[in-house]
Ligand binder design. Structure first.
Ligand code: C2O
Length: 502
């Protein structure tokens, strides 16, 4: 590889500004545009799609319980940047360039959730079957958290997100006021994505699988890039002061999972998971992140003055084993009064497996289509099969993901945040024969870095992964799916209908 690392300084995404106040609430307009983006200073520019022409998109910052409106506008060209597989559901009929925006991790009414079939084309000229409003409403009735928004259009989510359509959405919680966490310029979001390029600088996304399927272009079960972009720059560096920083780390890659490690194993402190702050900070030396998972950490650079610390990915020992670098070279501006508190929050909602109203057993499996391509399935059903998951408002549910494949799947459920209960190994052979789950070991508690509120969970192969959640408001049409975008598109996504009690 000839792309020199650590040349570009890490960009910090700009903060979105409301255009107006409507009914007392901030109103934003964010426009999807095709633009030229520079991934590296020695690189030609790359045509990408960005929210407001930015990659990542502008960071939306709100306070907990503060309502905002966003009009997501599509001003993209008629032709898609990337190869579209027209054999996938919905890809044959509707226009190629269709978009819909999902706020990942949000408690939101379903009409503003970004349902995959609520897509719209440029200027809302055409819309999908579940489209119902042009202006989305976010009530932000949830804990402070690092959420992210991204495209979710049916059949082409992998392409639209890869083209650049993702950004941060931060909910600030007043409880943080009393905690002296690093803030302002010391609070930095990191959006990690793997990318590949043609030699002219254009984005590379494979047209077909290896060996090629008889249809072209064809979806494939995985995408892995050969470079790492953080906030839209390849292998950047961040020059920091010798003090504490808060990083909000998001894996926004299509397929790739990372295990982050700092400078050959320095410790850092995790303070939050997907859905918000942990009860107390957790000291870590490695941090695994599946696609769509977020983790917030505090790194204290005060002991590393003058050093250069590489943020590594231990899942790879080549180029992809390097994410970015922290250069502790800036002078300390002022004394660092920030803290890593002993206690962050007090948990209000305790969910007990024994009190669950419903337990669902959900198999993660694959079949083959007529072209011998894998079709990934949830509960042996495809996207268009009738809805089977219909949780009731007020109920607590346990979902058990039975992964019979040899690959982990990051499973994401819209609308709610859940807790991971445990993962339990089972007899796969027996299960394949008669469908009986014979556990072969004790339940394994969640890993130390996943003991907070989550909306995405790694369903390990050969394990039954159990999560617990409560449905408290917002009946309507949602979805749950594998967040490997190549899986979500074909066909590891299912509807979820949240219903009022009879
Ligand atoms: Cu981040 Cu339904 O997705």
């Amino acid at each position: 590889d000839t792309i020199p690392k650590f040349m570009d300084e890490l960009p910090i995404p700009s903060i979105a500004r409301p255009r107006a106040v409507i009914k007392g609430s901030p109103y934003y307009e964010i426009v999807m545009k095709q633009v030229q983006h520079r991934y590296h200073q020695l690189f030609p520019t790359t045509t990408i799609w960005g929210y407001d022409g930015l990659h990542p998109g502008p960071t939306i910052k709100v306070r907990k319980n503060e309502k905002i409106y966003v009009r997501w506008k599509n001003k993209l060209p008629r032709k898609h940047l990337l190869p579209i597989d027209r054999t996938l559901h919905e890809s044959a009929g509707p226009p190629d360039v269709r978009t819909v925006v999902h706020l990942h991790g949000a408690n939101v009414a379903w009409e503003s959730d970004g349902h995959p079939e609520a897509w719209f084309t440029r200027d809302f000229a055409e819309t999908g079957g579940t489209f119902s409003r042009k202006v989305y409403e976010y009530t932000n009735r949830q804990m402070g958290a690092t959420l992210w928004y991204h495209d979710h259009a049916i059949g082409i989510t992998r392409l639209n997100v890869y083209a650049g359509l993702s950004g941060f959405y931060l909910i600030e919680d007043p409880v943080e006021k009393h905690l002296k966490l690093p803030k302002g310029i010391y609070d930095i979001p990191l959006l990690i994505q793997d990318r590949s390029f043609h030699s002219d600088g254009s984005l590379f996304y494979p047209e077909n699988s290896e060996p090629p399927a008889p249809v072209n272009p064809s979806v494939q079960p995985f995408f892995t890039g050969n470079t790492i972009a953080v906030n839209g720059k390849l292998w950047p560096k961040l020059t920091v002061e010798p003090r504490k920083y808060r990083f909000r780390i998001l894996n926004a890659s299509n397929t790739t999972a990372y295990t982050l490690r700092l400078g050959d194993g320095r410790t850092f402190y995790q303070i939050a998971t997907d859905g918000g702050l942990l009860e107390e900070p957790v000291e870590l030396t490695v941090l695994p992140l599946e696609p769509a998972e977020r983790s917030e950490v505090i790194i204290d650079f005060s002991q590393h003055k003058g050093k250069k610390l590489i943020l590594q990915n231990t899942n790879d020992d080549g180029n992809m084993g390097v994410i970015m670098r922290f250069d502790v070279k800036l002078p300390l501006k002022e004394k660092d009064f920030s803290e890593i508190p002993n206690k962050l929050i007090t948990e209000e909602q305790l969910l007990d497996e024994k009190q669950a109203d419903k337990t669902r057993l959900l198999k993660l499996d694959a079949i083959e289509d007529e072209y011998q391509r894998p079709v990934l399935l949830l509960d042996d059903r495809m996207w268009h099969d009738p809805v089977t998951e219909k949780p009731v408002i007020g109920h607590t549910e346990v979902w058990k993901f039975i992964n019979v494949m040899n690959f982990p799947h990051p499973i994401h459920i819209h609308l709610i945040q859940f807790k991971i209960l445990h993962r339990t190994p089972f007899d796969l052979e027996r299960f394949q024969q008669d469908g009986h789950i014979q556990y072969t070991g004790p339940p394994v508690p969640p890993e130390i870095h996943e003991r907070g509120w989550k909306d995405t969970v790694k369903a390990e192969p050969g394990m039954v992964t159990s999560v617990i959640m409560q449905f408290s408001e917002n009946p309507g049409e949602y979805v749950w799916h594998c967040h490997i975008l190549e899986h979500e598109d074909y066909d590891m996504m299912r509807p979820m209908r949240v219903v009022q009690e009879e």
